[in-house]
Design a protein around this ligand. Structure first.
Ligand code: IPM
Ligand code: MG
Length: 378
């Protein structure tokens, strides 16, 4: 029993230290004030390096003048592969982490998340680790389907809930397994504030908080309470709170779903609901995602690493659209809105015209052809 309690004590201490850090944290980086913005490019594994290289080409094309002036630098960071992570027995090898910390923003390809029984050591997810290490607390995922009247922006908390402690569960003997879930006041406050600020800045009228606070009373209870406290500072915005189960149903209710605009969710519910939401837009492969923190930001595709495509030699046919979209979010975030808008438009124009179609196989276009097509439209 002593050993289990010690494990729990370590988790409590670690979270108390996090809370202190959050309370003393500075404000967001002001990119305009930097002499140079360093953009890290992390290929990840599977199809990651192939699609990320294409996204990098597109961004370099759009920022060519800035690179020439020395205002922007691209930095390719290798080594965040499953082979290296498993060999190091770490979610992110130390040298990779040190390189990441030298960047301001990161464009990231997918990384394989091993699980028990895989050929790899069961290390923590590189995504989860990067979000924790760089304190990327807000996972912002927009989903738009204009013809269905859908325009949602999800603010998924990214550093707490089940995921933050997902690799620190405890097996007690052979029969009992515990995982832990954490919610902190400053952790909930900062995601809620970012969501409400976004709503205000973008003229959104409604913010929806999603929990299961009637059952998961302590952590979800705190999350909801903190969000409602923040809401008081935004009296012009209507606030409603929903439970995650009925929320998953209401996303397919044609009348109701068009009323949602900005949604705030704890990590686990946010993970699940954003996959469901992305399906209306054409699947997770079409969505980009921003992971925002006060010091670093990371932009990624939300699909997996498709190792089978690489095994079958098809990675050159992998669709770079989602990571290019993540690149557009990156441009907008660091202040290149005009370039971001051009890129979004080029992606839409290419889809509408359809001269090149990605099938993932040799009967379709390659990622390189698709990226060239985008650049031609820019
Ligand atoms: C996502 C992914 C990750 C997550 C996995 C790969 C850990 O599903 O970004 O949604 O669950 O956060
Ligand atoms: Mg997910």
């Amino acid at each position: 029993m002593e050993a289990y309690l010690e494990q729990f004590e370590a988790i409590v201490k670690q979270q108390m230290a996090r809370v202190e850090k959050m309370k003393n944290d500075k404000d967001f980086v002001d990119y305009k004030a930097l002499d140079k913005i360093i953009i890290g490019v992390v290929g990840g594994d599977g199809i990651g390096p192939a699609i990320t290289a294409q996204a990098q080409r597109v961004l370099e094309y759009l920022l060519a003048d800035e690179v020439k002036k020395g205002k922007v630098e691209f930095k390719v960071i290798d080594g965040c592969t499953i082979e290296n992570r498993a060999a190091a027995g770490k979610a992110i090898p130390d040298d990779v982490l040190a390189e990441l910390k030298k960047c301001h923003v990161i464009l990231k390809g997918p990384t394989t998340t091993p699980r028990k029984g895989d050929k790899w050591q069961n290390v923590e997810s590189a995504n989860v680790a990067m979000r924790k290490e760089l304190d990327l607390f807000a996972n912002v995922r927009p989903v738009k389907v204009p013809e269905l009247g859908i325009d949602w922006t999800f603010f998924r908390e990214n550093t707490e809930c089940m995921y933050a402690l997902g690799s620190q569960g405890v097996n007690i003997g052979d029969d009992i397994a515990f995982d832990f879930r954490v919610c902190t006041s400053p952790g909930a406050e900062r995601i809620a504030r970012l969501a409400f600020e976004y709503a205000r800045a973008n003229g959104k009228k409604r913010v929806t908080i999603v929990t299961k606070a009637n059952v998961v009373k302590t952590t979800d209870g705190k999350f909801l309470e903190e969000c409602k406290k923040v809401a008081k500072d935004y009296p012009e915005i209507e606030v409603d709170d929903w439970y995650i189960d009925i929320m998953t149903a209401k996303l397919i209710d044609e009348k109701r779903r068009t009323q949602f605009e900005v949604l705030i969710l704890p990590n686990l519910y946010g993970d699940i609901l954003t996959d469901e939401a992305a399906e209306f837009q054409g699947g997770v492969g079409t969505a980009g995602s921003a992971n925002l923190g006060k010091h670093y930001c990371m932009f990624e595709a939300i699909h997996g690493s498709a190792p089978r495509m690489v095994e079958e030699g098809r990675d050159i046919y992998a669709d770079p659209c989602s990571v290019i979209r993540a690149g557009a979010m990156l441009l907008s975030h660091i202040g290149y809105q005009e370039q971001a808008d051009r890129l979004y438009k080029a992606i839409d124009d290419c889809a509408a015209e359809g001269r090149y179609v990605m099938t993932g196989r040799s009967d379709g276009a390659t990622g390189e052809q698709y990226a060239n097509y985008i650049m031609e439209k820019l």
